[in-house]
Design a protein around this ligand. Sequence first.
Ligand code: 17E
Ligand code: FE2
Length: 411
Amino acid sequence: MDHIVNARLRGRDGLFTVRWADGAFSTIDPQAAPVPPPMPDSAALDALGKLVVPPLVEPHIHLDATLTAGEPHWNLSGTLFEGIECWTERKALVTREDTKSRAHRAIRMLAAHGVQHVRTHVDVTEPGLGTLQAMLEVREEARALADLQIVAFPQEGIESFANGCALMTEAVAMGADVVGGIPHFENTREQGVSSLHFLMDLAERHDRLVDVHCDETDDPQSRFLEVLAEITRVKGLGPRVTASHTTAMGSYDNAYCSKLFRLLKQAALNFVSCPTESIHLQGRFDTYPKRRGLTRVPELDRAGLNVCFAQDSIVDPWYPLGNGNILRVLDAGLHICHMLGYEDLQRALDFVTDHSARAMNLGEGYGIEVGRPANLVLLSAESDYEVLRTQAHAELSIVSAPRTPSLRSPS
Ligand code: 17E
Ligand code: FE2
């Protein structure tokens, strides 16, 4: 196949014929009218007026922990912290083959739902870094299905875990694409702050992106986002930095938020919200009224900041469900965030496509435009609104651009 007829494109009226050659889009032509269905042996696909979008994106998931829920026991409290305890026990049992086969299964689930770009956090609080090594191999092996970014993620802390700093430094040397962090989990506020300085310096020195699990708690005193944003502002690294979760922002008071937002706009960093995960893990210490435990997605968006949705987990110690379908997460997120207004529905897919691609710094490697990689997804509805209303799915996911070996080869 080398072209699609009768395609609808986001943000443009009418129908289009989209062609590609040698892995790149070559022409995108408006049609005066629907064209007849192609002959059965033709190289064309008939989109029948449905949406053709760039690949769906999963900007935050933990593929090393996927498909381990209940091993060795279930997270009964439903809290983040019991999840971390379960994972620490399961982590002691992992083998390279176990990690790789579970990650590949999850990548196949994601690919079946039209997801072609994935940023996975990988726990590096593990002496020997065997899991990271396994995931670096998965990154190369899975290239035909997905473009994978690997975050060096210190699940048990950088300052609070033995040799945490050395493990992070080694993980970057081994080829992690992105530097992670977890300041709210460090033993003290001071350690949380110094972990952020450490990881931002590490990323700057090695020219890596940054994606920090930041303030994933309902504690309104958890204020590491302001520290991350200020370091980001001073270094001028905004587009390369992502703050994931920031759920404490849902519990900050408005007076503090109005000051914080001024800084966030100056820093211009990216945000990832994991709505199904956060509605499940947060609010666990409340009775009623019960907090939703999400960051301020519509407010960040209205302030001009880049914010997107992610799944975080598929069947792991933190979340027992999930099937790789990011459109399900979009549906939940828009509900939980009070984003079912008409304007929001018109552009709902931004939160699982363009915004996520921007957070992942995909640049010109993403989008349905002439010259860009000819990767695309055909959805089963004709507009963003109808995708949501009909609970549409990815009918077809085409990877036609050859993926070059990962930017980060082991050094
Ligand atoms: N680890 C963490 O700290 N937070 C999460 N939401 C998951 C893993 C899934
Ligand atoms: Fe996460």
